[in-house]
Design a protein around this ligand. Structure first.
Ligand code: HEM
Length: 460
């Protein structure tokens, strides 16, 4: 098992911060020299993955687009060594990602037309600390004349009855399934790594998530040169996804009234988890609050004994995005398609007893980390979310997050002969989620940040 230098890896890469609020700052580098100075000043404050003896009040992390690295004048040989999808960026890859029609980049928020070079993430224990830390970073931009703030995206856990929760805007509990990988200080949680031949779970190879280490194919992931720039870094897909809560609730109520299992069960079939997070595969008929409280059980399941989707539909969101052993070979086909999620909701929550509108500005800031955007995030998005062939679902897309332009798409609850579990087809899907914009970022190690700041990246 590789021993990771946690002082060199950005904290955001190694762990999900459990802070209630965050700001994501998008900025433009104004000049290469001043920009390097700005990066250098920020680097001194960047939160690493080192163990916390006491939790800080806030954290700071940074990532760059390819254009940002170009603006900082990294050598051409280095720029050319980055993977092509990162160089092209999310906008240029929109057809691959299914961002078409309503989700076409021409409909994204205007900031995504600008020269986005830097992403800065600030997480904090509360709004005051968040504002203080954001002001500090913006002041650094001004003092160094190195960068210009283009946009601030606020995000926060949804509060219900005054308490922060892990709910997203459709009402589901989120944040269970995230992969375990070797080298991070964390106990392996059953169901979060890869399946072993004896049916147990083991962490995935470090190189699936951090550059410079062997991945599941025992190869080193494609890494920019020099090696020192890439090692301990990773890539991130950032997507701002608006949620049409009114449409979702209306559709669910309408179909739920026709579905023999009722609305809540149908909602569970859509996602593969009941709204409280109980996995449908483990408890297909009702939520199980005891089970969901136990991290050792809430992700510990497979689909191998449910290949026809009688318990958990084949097209449900979590089965599509992490099919586990559903495609055979003891789950080995999915080990190189895992993504590390770091999402946070944005916008005000509309409680279920209050009228919702699709125009309400709320959704998820979805962030997926991995050593290869192409092999991990793009594959999951293109093949499993926006297409159903691997699961033998033809052109069917993910009900909840797929881009259903035209309303011709459907979703099948395979069901069984059991009462209340009748097979059921949901047709004429509207878009429940709309893209507001996004980009690919490289999150370098702290060493790499210093090289960038010093202008000493040398590919020779
Ligand atoms: C608005 C957009 C989205 C919403 C509301 C959403 C919601 C959820 C929910 C409620 C869960 C179940 C909780 C959990 O297992 O942690 C989940 C799991 C997951 N989602 Fe999403 N999601 C969204 C977008 C996406 C996208 C775009 C992808 C991939 C490209 C994705 C990939 C995953 C994965 C990999 C899991 C964990 C599956 C597992 O390991 O069992 N999600 N999501």
């Amino acid at each position: 098992m590789p021993k990771l230098n946690l002082f060199d890896i950005q904290g955001f890469v190694a762990r999900g911060y459990t802070f209630p609020c965050a700001s994501f700052l998008l900025a433009e580098i104004l000049d290469h020299q001043a920009g390097r100075n700005f990066v250098g000043r920020v680097t001194r404050q960047v939160t690493s993955a080192e163990r916390w003896d006491s939790k800080p009040h806030s954290t700071l992390n940074i990532g760059f687009t390819w254009k940002g690295l170009q603006k900082l004048r990294l050598p051409d040989a280095t720029l050319l060594s980055f993977p092509v999808e990162f160089y092209q960026g999310m906008r240029a890859r929109h057809c691959i990602l299914g961002d078409v029609g309503k989700n076409d980049p021409s409909n994204w928020e205007s900031v995504w037309n600008e020269d986005i070079h830097v992403w800065l993430a600030i997480y904090a224990e509360g709004p005051e600390e968040l504002a203080r830390r954001c002001d500090e970073v913006v002041r650094l931009m001004q003092e160094t004349c190195g960068a210009r703030l283009l946009y601030t995206q606020q995000a926060a856990l949804i509060c219900i009855d005054g308490k922060p929760t892990s709910k997203e805007h459709f009402g589901y509990t989120d944040g269970f399934g995230n992969p375990d990988f070797e080298g991070v200080e964390r106990k392996t949680v059953p169901g979060q790594g890869k399946l072993t031949p004896d049916g147990k779970w083991a962490p995935l190879a470090t190189g699936e998530f951090i550059l410079g280490y062997p991945d599941e194919a025992r190869e080193l992931p494609v890494c920019p040169v020099p090696y020192l720039l890439g090692i301990n870094g990773t890539f991130m897909a950032y997507r701002k996804m608006h949620q049409n809560v009114a449409s979702f609730r209306k559709y669910l109520a309408e179909k739920g009234s026709q579905y023999p299992g009722g609305e809540e069960k149908l909602a569970a079939k859509f996602v593969g988890r009941w709204k409280d997070g109980t996995p449908v595969e483990l408890s297909p008929d009702r939520p199980d609050p005891d089970l969901v409280q136990q991290p050792s059980r809430s992700t510990d399941f497979t689909y191998g004994k449910d290949l026809d989707g009688a318990r958990c539909p084949i097209g449900s969101h979590i089965r599509r995005s992490n099919p586990r052993d559903a495609f055979g070979f003891n789950g080995q086909l999915v080990n190189r398609r895992r993504i590390m999620r770091r999402g946070l909701p944005y916008g005000a929550y509309t409680p279920p007893d209050q009228p919702a509108s699709d125009a309400d500005d709320h959704g998820i800031v979805f962030m997926a980390l991995g050593a290869s955007l192409f092999r991990q995030f793009e594959f999951v998005q293109q093949q499993w979310i926006e297409y159903g062939n691997d699961a033998r679902l033809g052109n069917d897309k993910d009900l909840m997050v797929g881009c259903h332009n035209g309303g011709n798409d459907g979703f099948t609850v395979q069901g069984s002969a059991e009462p209340g579990n009748t097979p059921f087809i949901c047709g004429s899907l509207p878009n429940f989620v709309d893209m507001r914009g996004g980009e690919y970022f490289f999150l370098p190690s702290l060493t790499a940040l210093r090289l960038i700041a010093d202008g000493t990246v040398d590919p020779r």
